[in-house]
Ligand binder design. Sequence first.
Ligand SMILES: [Zn+2]
Ligand SMILES: [Zn+2]
Length: 398
Amino acid sequence: MMTLREDAQSLHSDLVELRRALHREPEIGTDLPLTQAKVLSALADLPLEITTGIALSSVTAVLRGGRPGPAVLLRSDMDALPVRELTGEPFASQIDGAMHACGHDLHMAILVGAARLLAARRDELPGSVVFMFQPAEEGPGGAEPMIREGVLDAAGTRAVAAYGLHVVSAKAPYGVFCGRRGALMSAADQVRVTVRGRGGHGSQPHRAKDPIPAACEMVTALSTHVTRAHDIFDPVVVTVGSFHAGTAENIIPADAHFEATVRSFSPEAREKARDGITTVLTGIATAHGLEVDIDYHRGYPVTVNDETEADFVADTIRDLYGADRFVWMPNPEPGSEDFSYVLAEVPGAFVFLGACPPDSDPETAAPNHAPQARFDDGVLADGAQLLAELALRRLARG
Ligand SMILES: [Zn+2]
Ligand SMILES: [Zn+2]
């Protein structure tokens, strides 16, 4: 029998073909019929129990090993972005205004590869593997609905571990994996604020209730508040990116609106920020005799890697590819990711993989989400081998 590595290399051209077919026809959001059909057809000849989503076009595939044991979950996202592609690649998007600019096409090919590798070793597999193909990572979120539809228990028992990876078109060198123990990516919440006063003439503010000075005070108070209330080593970032009020210089408007993004790196800081921000906004409104509506929208939570599982992933990568292929990240990424919902339920780890084309400089290459972002196919076999190895080794641990 071929080794897993030889087997992965032999799949390479098929995975490239699948990735490029997915790349040509990107779909956005929750409903991805063309993408789902390609994933289903790529899995069709394998001994998998397949179910598709109800609320979204997800694919859940279960491989039952020949020996008893626990279940491990491997995840890929499936969706593209509303970006007009400018890479000039021969397999560039044929759908105007949509592009796989975050590399989720590579993730799907990698997870299909892992399914093929593990299916070929089914008899020796001590347990089950759940393959989670998830839409809507870029919004409105697909992991949470898949959890509601039972993906974590798809094998008939709760998964004991979950793993996923994300390719990056910049920053990390080609083929280098980057990981972290604990917080890997931030939570991203959104606050929409409406300060309600009473309109009037600009010459006689005492006859009105002016919402603008109070809203301005809120914006500066929020920045001050986070620096006073939060540990600088467990930071919170608040940015007001939108502020609107009024129509003309001599009219006091009835209300003022602003919106802020709130980024945090631990569940504790996230809760504390929500409470603190609400208290500050309400207090300032009350002090000025105004009312305030606070719409605190929870986005994706902090992506937290289990320490043992993060070490296990790092050890596996170094064992398979050598010590120079893995780097510990000094800081979390300020982006967010909805695999965080899975990692909140099941211990596991998420890892980045540099897929910047070897002919470009990772420091200056176009980043994920840019219309020029290029991801090199050459990483597919290694990605598939890694996910398969993680499942095999984790199941062997029991
Ligand atoms: Zn993205
Ligand atoms: Zn992404």
